[in-house]
Design a protein around this ligand. Structure first.
Ligand SMILES: [Zn+2]
Length: 186
């Protein structure tokens, strides 16, 4: 348990408690992407919850668990004005990667995540459609990585998340996150 001190009131986007949206057995997740890029990391489902892999210090790895890569973007519903963070599987991320390669940004595009076929455990597929609204009508880009660190209960001391994301951000001010970790996992 650690205390998070701040020097100003919590007005930042990252301080909002956005809900994490996963595609359920039958449902789908849809919305307008607010982030320019996808943010991804490797996670374990360990002791009943998702925990980011902590690299060489990772207890879950030592327990013999393999981490899996997941990507995240904030999705906005223009009708309700609600923002949620969509979890995107390795396979479903390829479509976003292709869109990014063509347009150099995901922001404004319409993302639909759904299950392939009718099976509740069917693989998750994504569809990315071009923007329908102009950029200036979209809410600000939330800091997805900070939101996720809150959801996962990790902070700056958790090197695998905080430092890597800071590095990624400074190295890729214009671009996609460095080649997603899932590339090397295949
Ligand atoms: Zn690990």
């Amino acid at each position: 348990m650690s205390v998070t001190w701040t020097n100003r009131p919590p007005r930042d986007e990252w301080n909002k408690n956005y809900r994490l949206a996963r595609v359920g057995p039958k449902g789908s997740v849809r919305g307008i992407i607010l982030n320019r890029t996808l943010s991804g990391t490797r996670l374990h489902y360990w002791k009943g919850k998702s925990v980011p892999c902590n690299g060489s210090k990772c207890e879950a790895c030592r327990d013999g668990m393999k981490p899996r890569w997941y990507g995240y973007v904030a999705l906005w519903n223009p009708k309700t004005d609600a923002v949620q963070i969509a979890e995107i599987t390795d396979g479903a991320a390829d479509e976003l990667d292709r869109y990014f390669a063509r347009h150099n940004s995901l922001r404004g595009a319409v993302l639909t995540l759904s299950r392939q076929g009718a099976r509740p455990n069917g693989r998750i597929i994504s569809q990315v459609d071009p923007p329908q609204l102009s950029e200036e009508r979209l809410p600000a880009e939330p800091d997805v990585m900070r939101c996720l660190e809150k959801i996962w209960g990790v902070n700056e001391n958790h090197e695998s998340v905080a430092r890597r994301s800071a590095k990624t951000r400074s190295e890729n001010t214009n671009g996609h996150a460095e080649k997603p970790a899932h590339e090397s996992q295949r």
